[in-house]
Design a protein around this ligand. Structure first.
Ligand code: CA
Ligand code: CA
Length: 123
């Protein structure tokens, strides 16, 4: 079995995850499981990434300006860029694996992984 087939996306058939209640032959509603805290956290991360990535250029990736705005708005306690203008460049370069000056979600995700690791003191 492909692992991907276990992973549900926003577009996948959510009936599989819910309970279908049938009233009559052609009238049914699906009662979804409420989103868990962790699922909600993932939704927030994705929505925030999209909101900032969509401000200019490619809506799929963060430019330096978009990244800087996201970090200063959304991660003010966990990432301290201070007043050093090179700090954002250094941070961005450390995440930009293909060096194209844009951060895709998977490149950006490394930062979340690092912050989460520090937060939990996972070494
Ligand atoms: Ca963009
Ligand atoms: Ca990149």
């Amino acid at each position: 079995m492909q692992v991907d087939s276990l992973l549900c996306t926003a577009t996948c058939d959510r009936e599989a995850a819910g309970t279908v209640v049938t009233f009559t032959q052609d009238s049914k509603i699906t009662v979804f499981q409420p989103q868990s805290t962790m699922e909600a956290a993932i939704s927030v991360l994705v929505a925030q990434f999209k909101a900032y990535a969509g401000k200019d250029g490619s809506a799929q990736s963060l430019s330096k300006e978009e990244f800087q705005k996201l970090v200063s708005d959304q991660l003010p306690n966990l990432v301290q860029l201070g007043s050093d203008p090179q700090a954002v460049d250094q941070l961005m370069n450390s995440l930009d694996e293909n060096n194209d000056g844009e951060l895709t979600f998977s490149e950006f995700w490394q930062l979340i992984g690092k912050l989460a690791g520090k937060q939990g003191a996972f070494h």
